[in-house]
Design a protein around this ligand. Sequence first.
Ligand SMILES: Cc1cc2nc3c(=O)[nH]c(=O)nc-3n(C[C@H](O)[C@H](O)[C@H](O)COP(=O)(O)OP(=O)(O)OC[C@H]3O[C@@H](n4cnc5c(N)ncnc54)[C@H](O)[C@@H]3O)c2cc1C
Length: 421
Amino acid sequence: MYDVLVVGGGLAGLTAARALDRAGKRVRVLEAGPQLGGRVQSRVEDGFTLDAGYQVLFPAYPAARRWLDLEALDLVPLPPAAVIRRGPQADVVGWPPGDPGALGGTLLTRALSTRDKARVLALALRLRSPAPWTLLRGPDEPTEGYLRRFGFSEGALDQFFRPFFGGIFLQRDLSTSARLFRYYFRMLMDGGAALPAAGMGAVSAQLAQDLKVTLNVQVQHLAPHGSSVTVSTSAGELDARQVIVATDPDTAARLTGEDTARGHLSGTYLHYAAPALVDRERRLLLNAGGGLIQNAHWLSAAVPGRAPEGQHLLTVTVLGLPDLPDDALDRQVRAELATWYGEAAVRSLRTLLTERIHHAQYPQPPEYAATLAGHATRLSGVLLAGEVTAMSSIQGAMESGEKAAAIVLGDPEGMSRPRGA
Ligand SMILES: Cc1cc2nc3c(=O)[nH]c(=O)nc-3n(C[C@H](O)[C@H](O)[C@H](O)COP(=O)(O)OP(=O)(O)OC[C@H]3O[C@@H](n4cnc5c(N)ncnc54)[C@H](O)[C@@H]3O)c2cc1C
């Protein structure tokens, strides 16, 4: 009999299991897939380290600071600026001006008017003082409305906020909750963005260290009886005093009967190998020129070691799941890249992988927080974790796992920690 069985080995499940293991509980993680990490994993293809899609770590996430040894992750900080591409034209804009480099990028850029530059500074001043988690409270509205009310021009929305925050929210229309916008803006100000040298999968691997895990086992049914729960899996039955369900939202709804389904935001990712560095740019490239590309990143320029010696890695993000076969999508993305780099350079790219991720995040419109699931379920002895109880992010997943573990352990400090803290 286990003290706790954790269903799902993504960041939520791994954080819960780690907290319980640390407290001396007999705990096992049951993961349906062949690898841990859920949406945060990496794999090596042909010598290239590819992450699941494209994502970055905000080292200022409070849960990441509590649960990860950031130093051991060998984080490579990304430059605090992005490049806005409109065909051959490239302009640098600083990320939220946390440091002088970013500030310089923002003040000198041609992509923002003087008035918009002043607004960026005013926004940074407004958001830099409150405790970050309090930014998830207060009045809510779509990010677009908030930015307009703050005085940003149409040009700033189209040239900077849609390309940049559209990539974070996986929605270019800026319909996402302004509370989340304020929180992420602050996270960027406090710690920028970084990538582990060995890929994002290193985050999951570190959390999983020393945990007892069974891979390739699908949990199908949970049956509470008396003081324990029987967990039926594709490999037989197991019993535990308590179960934490830390799966994707749809599976959590199926297993617990709770209303956790939240819909899906999808992304499509094209990973290219290049024999030479077509662009020496280490910064994220944001597309403001129309077309399918949301952003692109020469990962081997930003993070040495992601490509084999003498080769390079470019990852392109396209929002949603375009209704095109892979080869047609690849042709269209290459045509757009050719307006940046020319035909010859683009011909030299070799397509490594086209990856379609159906559930990357769930949509978080204004007031989404009021609809989030709690941790309790109608099944006795069964708790929920996973971003559906917090926010659709690495912080949300980790804090949800931490909170489910705190409930099992009866830890008042952990139980009462506010979202985002
Ligand atoms: C492409 C992409 C970009 C992103 N960008 C960012 C970003 O920049 N910043 C950010 O903070 N967040 C980002 N996110 C979101 C973030 O990665 C997720 O919110 C977080 O990883 C979710 O973790 P989780 O543990 O809740 O769920 P998951 O990672 O989905 O883990 C759930 C696990 O449960 C397992 N499972 C499902 N059903 C069963 C079953 N029946 N039995 C056993 N196991 C089961 C699954 O296999 C999976 O491993 C991004 C996500 C993606 C995919």
